[in-house]
Design a binder for this molecule. Structure first.
Ligand code: NAP
Length: 298
């Protein structure tokens, strides 16, 4: 048994009822410690995040003795705020563009003021976007194995804003209007659709590989290998960017280009963080020459 000190990182993040010290049985797990803090503070278990003074995260299923806690060790407690189920966030953020594209494609008269025949590019982009987001919904249901059950409630607004506005409203509105750009010549048109299909299938394969690394119900994290992973840490992001590149080239619209740029920059920044986390966790075992997202580049 050790007596640890509980702190919040800043006075702003103060948690009322947080006891200054707590007796901890080091034969238990982090979950037991979280439960004790939850009982004292009345915060839900999923809202509590614990770190040590060197920023090491206390992972819930891990035995406490792994962290070498002593009398007077400091543990930082963070209230993550109201939480929401991860899957719900994904269903909502991907469901938005699905509904928005259906509305803009089929409600020509109320939205654009007249009816007309869609161009070949408009038809193609409609099916590509619908298939893309349906795939994402199905992957959320059947493929992904998330390590956290919940995320902060605010994320549903942030994430949905990104998808609903950029790949929903702006892409749909400017894509399906009555004066579309001229269709590309056949070889380019079908070439880009084939490139898009290749990127989507590749993205799906990388998701299957990630999912195979983690036994169901665990938080196990391993170094992924094969299908793009030998070149970059996040080939799933690379292939996702490739499919939106195909849409941007096909439509040559500023809306698709804007979504391509914003989402690629976002995924690149995430890939740098994931790359750093792999290096920190796996050290010398992590392949040295692997880039973050763009093969041979960065
Ligand atoms: N267009 C856009 O703006 C945009 C932006 C982001 C993502 N996306 C798309 O959404 C997909 C999913 O995004 P994401 O950010 O969730 O991808 P991700 O972080 O690479 O993870 C996908 C799944 O694999 C798990 N995972 C990742 N690395 C693992 C490892 N080393 N060992 C075991 N499991 C691991 C993750 O679990 P954890 O819960 O542990 O992370 C998660 O369930 C992307 O691949 C991309 O297609 C699109």
């Amino acid at each position: 048994m050790v007596a640890v000190n509980l702190r919040t990182k800043s006075p702003k993040a103060k948690i009322s009822k947080l006891p200054p010290t707590l007796d901890v049985d080091t034969t238990g797990t982090v979950k037991d410690l979280v439960a004790a803090i939850s009982k004292a503070t009345q915060l839900g278990l999923e809202r509590i995040r614990l770190t040590l003074i060197d920023n090491t995260l206390l992972v819930p299923d891990t035995p406490l003795d792994k962290y070498d806690l002593q009398d007077n060790s400091i543990i930082y407690v963070k209230d993550l705020g109201y939480q929401i189920d991860w899957q719900t966030v994904f269903y909502v953020e991907y469901g938005g563009p699905l509904v928005i594209h259906l509305l803009f494609y089929f409600l020509q008269k109320p939205i654009y003021g007249k009816t007309y025949e869609h161009s070949a590019t408009q038809k193609a982009v409609f099916y590509m976007v619908i298939l893309h987001f349906l795939k994402r919904e199905l992957e959320t249901m059947f493929v992904h194995r998330f390590s956290n059950a919940t995320m902060p409630l605010i994320n549903i607004f942030k994430n949905s804003g990104h998808y609903w506005i950029l790949s929903g409203f702006s892409l749909a509105y400017f894509c399906y209007g009555p004066s579309p750009r001229r269709d590309l010549p056949g070889y380019l048109f079908y070439g880009l659709i084939a490139f898009w299909a290749y990127s989507e299938v590749s993205n799906f394969i990388t998701h299957l590989i990630l999912s195979s690394l983690r036994p169901k119900g665990t938080r196990v994290r391993k170094i992924p290998y094969g299908y793009g992973f030998n070149l970059v840490a996040c080939p799933n992001y690379f292939f996702e960017a490739c499919s939106w590149l195909a849409v941007a080239l096909l439509t040559r619209s500023w809306a698709a280009t804007l979504f391509l740029i914003v989402s690629s920059v976002t995924m690149f920044l995430w890939s740098l963080k994931k790359q750093a986390a792999y290096k920190k966790e796996f050290g010398a075992k992590y392949p040295r020459n692997r880039k973050a997202m763009f093969p041979f580049i960065a």
